[in-house]
Design a protein around this ligand. Structure first.
Ligand code: KG4
Ligand code: ZN
Length: 344
């Protein structure tokens, strides 16, 4: 059994956690920065990096105190080394390096996407490789075949916006505030999902890729027409996203025979209509549907410590020269999606 300290700082959540290789979360702490970014309607990288500098050391102290563990007793220190906002990634990684240097413990420089991909195994001991993972967050929208530790095949990605980004931008243009996902979901409850005709980009196309930029522009045009209520726009937008995610995931399932489960992770997995639609898809495909609890779906440090524990047990540790990477594809062999922009 090993004990890992995990650190997360790649976007706007500062987090620390202590997790064992036998799936015990001894302590986890998370400090969001929503209030600092809300006036700007999105995450400001410079503000995020400064906040991590101020908050992270206290969170590390708090998890050690809560679990009553001395830093010397951990077996390794794991931190997100990318992909993400580079200033924030550097704060977490350098903090982990400092702790590793001071204690002589090994460093594990993790790919944040790998941590998301392995997080369902922390909450679900029965989940076994291979599984199909739909990773849907503010920064990522990917379908991954998770084949084993360090073995991830990317079947699809977004050619423009991530699904969470589409929720956030749509919320902004509907005047619903930030973060957009929960605001759109709440507004949609009072709306009619069939009221506004909106496109379903890429639905039915052969490759299981995603596209959301056109959908967002269509919501903007519909709003400017003055014909629709905000609630109906929110509900119709959300329904379009549900339809896109389900169609694309179904296509990926067709292309990925032999998986043991359909798994969803990332902040957008908090959305109830999206969860129920994916549950229906899994049932139709005769597969178990696995979604980690919400706190583990969104950015957190327990998933970093857990992925760190799996890597540590496999002897996969990193040197103190490990780089911070703004971009770091989980499957370097994956072709860029046609029409893809600059996103990781
Ligand atoms: O995984 P996450 O916490 O951070 C990263 O982006 O890595 O995901 C945050 C994203 C945001 O875009 C947020 O709007 C979206 O997840 N989100 C939701 C919901 N809750 C959060 N999207 C749709 N419905 C929700 N209930
Ligand atoms: Zn994330």
């Amino acid at each position: 059994m090993s004990l890992i300290l995990g650190i997360e700082s790649s976007c706007d959540e500062t987090a620390a956690a202590l997790v064992t290789s036998d799936r015990r979360v001894l302590a986890h702490r998370l400090a969001g920065q929503e209030a600092a970014h809300r006036p700007f309607g999105g995450v400001v990288p410079e503000i995020a990096a400064r906040a991590h500098v101020e908050i992270l050391p206290r969170l590390v102290e708090e998890v050690l105190a809560e679990a009553d563990i001395a830093l010397d007793s951990v077996d390794a220190i794991a931190a997100t080394a990318g992909p993400g906002l580079i200033g924030g990634v550097m704060v977490g990684l350098v903090t982990a390096k400092g702790l590793a240097l001071a204690t002589g413990k090994p460093l594990i420089a993790l790919n944040h996407l790998e941590a998301h991909a392995l997080s369902p195994m922390l909450s679900d001991p029965d989940l076994d490789f291979p599984y199909l993972l739909l990773l849907v967050s503010g920064g990522h929208c990917q379908l991954l075949r998770v084949e084993g530790l360090g073995r991830y095949r990317r079947l699809a990605t977004t050619i423009d916006d991530a699904a969470g980004e589409a929720f956030d931008k749509t919320a902004k243009l509907l005047g619903l505030g930030y973060p957009g996902g929960p605001a759109v979901e709440a507004a949609a409850e009072a709306g009619d999902p069939r009221a506004v005709p909106l496109p379903r980009p890429l639905v039915g196309s052969d490759e299981p890729h995603f596209s959301f930029a056109g959908l967002k522009s269509a919501v903007l045009r519909a709003r400017e027409s003055g014909l629709y209520r905000g609630e109906d726009l929110a509900a119709s937008f959300q329904q379009a996203v549900v339809d896109c995610l389900v169609d694309r995931t179904a296509r990926a399932l067709d292309r990925s025979p032999g998986v043991n489960a359909l798994v969803v992770a990332g902040g957008v997995a908090a959305n109830t209509p999206i969860r129920s639609a994916l549950t229906g898809l899994a049932t139709a495909a005769d597969l178990p549907f696995v979604a980690p609890p919400l706190w583990l779906c969104t950015d957190n440090a327990a998933m970093i410590a857990w992925a760190g524990a799996l890597r540590f047990e496999a002897g996969l540790i990193d040197g103190l020269e490990a780089p911070a990477r703004a971009r770091w594809p989980l499957d370097p062999a994956a072709e860029p999606a046609r029409g893809a922009g600059v996103k990781a």
